[in-house]
Design a protein around this ligand. Structure first.
Ligand code: SF4
Ligand code: SF4
Length: 332
């Protein structure tokens, strides 16, 4: 039985490929992008997230944990954070010792407030398929299943098993990948895929390594091979102010994309800070980044088009002229 670690299965997704899709997030990623908004998907192993702000102080986790990792104390004893219980008001602190947590999940299983959640569950391909088939009626002609991450290429056998089972059921398949893996790992998946979405985060080799922790050499090498495989492609760049929102980065990327035969479109994904709460729930400090300004975004769209007027440009899943016209306020 092929099994793997799944961070989450998200239903009715409209942002991970065409149509209505179910997205399977596989856990583990080689990259360490500084702006990552899914930090709970990076570590290949399961992790416990503690959303302190959700805690209602019921004490279930204190009873559940065999290792005594949850403790309550009056607020003035120090510790963090303060929570107010229901009934007779009292302010306490909920002290969580992450270091000795074995991620058994017992506390999360009893928490009534979703304050404790385990990211990462071991599943077999058949378990995943059982969930995916529940949504089959919604996929219709365009939709289907998308493998995302983390990075699906970190669990190639598991990824292939899911994709193969989907194809056997007649479900359309897509993958989201960084392409920064040996071709020998990517190629076996191609026969099971209808669409490949890949990231081009930074063109400059040194900057790519500095901001993601990984070289982009394999990505550039794999791009040519991917073009020859004839599958439909979507390229995406997460745009982060001060990191890659410049012509120096976007022009070489657009030029390379202009040479692809099967590119459906090139998509800009302006940075959003939605992952901040997850960093705190993992006991980490959330990074602070900004999206590019609306003016910069327009400039980059024009710069990309000047390099390759044969490619369509999208912003957040919509053709760029639609997005710029309809979100002038937030992009200005
Ligand atoms: S996951 Fe298990 S070990 Fe970790 S805090 Fe919860 S009950 Fe304790
Ligand atoms: S079980 Fe959940 S809500 Fe109850 S004290 Fe623990 S973290 Fe808070």
């Amino acid at each position: 039985m092929i099994h793997g670690i799944v961070t989450d299965i998200q239903r009715f997704s409209l942002h991970d490929g065409p149509g209505i899709r179910t997205t399977v997030f596989l856990k583990g990623c080689l990259m360490r992008c500084e702006w990552c908004h899914n930090p709970e998907t990076i570590d290949p192993a399961p992790q416990l997230l503690f959303y302190a702000g959700n805690c209602i102080g019921c004490g279930e986790c204190v009873e559940a944990c065999p290792q005594g990792n949850h403790r309550f104390a009056p607020a003035d004893d120090g510790g963090a954070p303060a929570v107010a219980t229901g009934g007779a008001p009292r302010v306490i602190t909920h002290d969580f010792s992450r270091g000795s947590c074995s991620v058994c999940g017992a506390c999360a299983g009893r928490c009534p407030a979703s304050s404790l959640q385990v990211a990462g569950r071991r599943m077999e391909v058949a378990d995943v398929m059982a969930e995916l088939l529940e949504d089959r009626a919604f996929y219709r002609e365009e939709g289907g299943v998308t493998l995302s991450g983390g990075e699906p290429m970190m669990q190639p056998e598991f990824a292939r098993g899911i994709l193969h089972a989907c194809k056997r059921e007649g479900i359309r398949t897509a993958i989201e990948t960084t392409l920064c893996y040996p071709w020998s790992r990517i190629e076996p998946l191609l026969g099971e895929l209808d669409l490949i979405m890949f990231d081009l985060k930074l063109a400059d080799a040194e900057k790519h390594r500095r901001h993601t922790g990984v070289s982009n050499r394999l990505l550039w090498e794999n791009l040519g091979r991917l073009n020859r495989c004839g599958k439909p492609l979507i390229a995406r760049t997460p745009l982060v102010a001060g990191i890659n929102d410049s012509e120096d980065e976007i022009v070489p990327i657009a030029r390379a994309l202009g040479r692809l035969d099967n590119l459906l479109y090139y998509e800009f994904l302006p940075y959003h800070p939605l992952g901040a709460g997850k960093y705190e729930a993992l006991g980490r400090t959330a990074p602070v980044f900004q999206p590019p300004s609306g003016q910069t975004l327009r400039r980059l769209v024009h710069a990309a088009r000047a390099q390759a007027n044969n490619i369509k440009i999208y912003i957040n899943g919509k053709p760029e002229n639609y997005e710029i016209q309809h979100t002038t306020g937030s992009l200005a």
